[in-house]
Write a protein that binds this ligand. Structure first.
Ligand code: NAD
Ligand code: ZN
Ligand code: ZN
Length: 373
């Protein structure tokens, strides 16, 4: 079918997104065609434009946070049918590989190819200007239509608003799970969240959900600090230095139990200042994507050892997509999880470069592209 999509022809060059005609093939074996309601603007797509996530293939159809309605199913699809509502998980969860069956769906073996630009059968489903187009995370949600592998779709209840459900494909589980699962927040904890954008705001509400009594939201943007209070932050700080002084004071010198790093660009030089807010035996969760070619971080390793702290990476917030996407949406429908409040500005697909500029300028908690069809 003919539709449109936002493509990057020069990843890593900050060339911006080109909205143009694309052609999408019919779904093949174990694939579905989905008509999208909305897609979120995640910093990870911007990383591809800036080169922090260096991709050596092009063109790229961006976008990985979306939800919509199944329009067509390929051969062998039995789990969903036309008319079903689905959320895309930016990480596939096949349910069969060793990590999946061992309870680590976020580490599904199929995840290895999410930044490879090819479908699971090694071909392209999208074409533009006569070239095969690679899709972000096997998806490419910067288009009103997506052909996706069955492994990347999670069926949801039809009563759930699809535009809000889109957010549960990336930023919500990533942030929420970083605080709840990866950091293992416990009742009574003090938790510091560095960077309260789309992902970090959900770490704040995750920490609150897990029973943290003090939650410090750290962000240089004052509007984000204010917004964080709505999501459960009890204190705010504008920098890591300010956070350290604050945390020393509110914990009587004991320091925070956990820290979650969800800043836009996870520069290695930030780590030393951020780990300093955590007590001995505490956990520092690194969720931000760092520039891929960066292999050094600032870290006083002796103190890390002597104080028994844990520096923990987290992908998809260590959530299990097939379990946690429906669970988080159930929390939303019961009024226990904020999704509406995450969306600051809505855009059309044609406004994508404005949406990306607003992300970089810190104007949005989450920007949302809404498809009017
Ligand atoms: N690990 C994963 O599974 C996963 C999934 C999605 C996104 N990510 C990554 O998470 C990060 C956050 O994504 P996002 O979409 O929420 O980005 P965002 O741009 O919406 O939010 C980042 C926030 O960090 C703040 N910030 C920047 N520098 C800071 C600093 N030094 N101290 C404190 N705050 C600072 C910004 O003001 C902004 O509010 C990105 O690196 C993204 O690529 C990781
Ligand atoms: Zn994302
Ligand atoms: Zn798997």
């Amino acid at each position: 079918m003919k539709t449109k999509g936002a493509l990057l022809w020069g990843p890593g060059t900050r060339s911006g997104w080109s909205v143009e005609d694309i052609e999408i093939d019919d779904p093949r074996e174990r694939e579905v065609l989905v008509r999208l309601a909305a897609t979120g603007i995640c910093h990870s797509d911007d990383h591809v434009d800036t080169g922090d996530i260096p991709l050596d293939w092009a063109p790229i159809l961006g976008g990985h946070e979306g939800a919509g309605i199944v329009e067509q199913v390929g051969p062998g699809v039995t789990d969903v049918e036309v008319g079903d509502h689905v959320v895309f998980s930016f990480l596939p969860a096949c349910g069969k590989c060793v990590p999946c069956v061992a309870g680590e769906q976020n580490l599904c073996d199929l995840g290895a190819g999410v930044l490879g630009g090819l479908t699971l059968d090694g071909s392209h489903r999208v074409h533009a200007r006569g070239a095969g187009v690679g899709a972000m995370c096997y998806l490419g949600t910067f288009s009103p239509y997506v052909v996706a592998p069955l492994d990347s779709v999670v069926k949801i209840d039809k009563s759930i608003p699809l535009d809000k459900a889109a957010l549960v494909g990336c930023c919500v589980p990533t942030g929420w799970g970083s605080a709840v699962y990866a950091a293992e927040t416990r009742i009574g904890d003090t938790v510091v969240v560095f960077g309260v954008g789309g992902v970090g705001m959900n770490a704040v509400q995750g920490a609150k959900f897990a029973g943290a009594t003090q939650i410090v939201a750290v962000d240089p943007v004052s509007f984000k600090r204010e917004k964080a209070k709505e999501f459960g932050a009890t204190h705010t700080a504008a920098s890591a230095e300010e956070a350290l002084t604050l945390v020393e004071s509110i914990t009587r010198g004991r320091l925070a139990d956990r820290a979650v790093i969800t800043v836009g660009v996870g520069e290695g030089k930030l780590i030393q200042g951020m780990q300093a807010v955590v007590r001995k035996g505490g956990v520092i969760v690194c969720t931000s994507a760092a520039p891929a070619l960066q292999t050094e971080i600032s870290l006083d390793l002796l103190t890390l050892t002597m104080s028994g702290k844990r520096l923990q990476g987290a992908l998809f917030g260590s959530c299990a997509p097939r379990n946690d996407i429906p669970m988080l949406l159930d929390l939303y429908m019961r009024g226990l999880l904020k999704l509406d409040e995450l969306v600051t500005t809505k855009y059309s697909l044609e406004e994508i470069n404005q949406a990306m500029a607003d992300l970089r300028d810190g104007k949005n908690i989450r920007g949302l592209i809404v498809f009017d069809q």
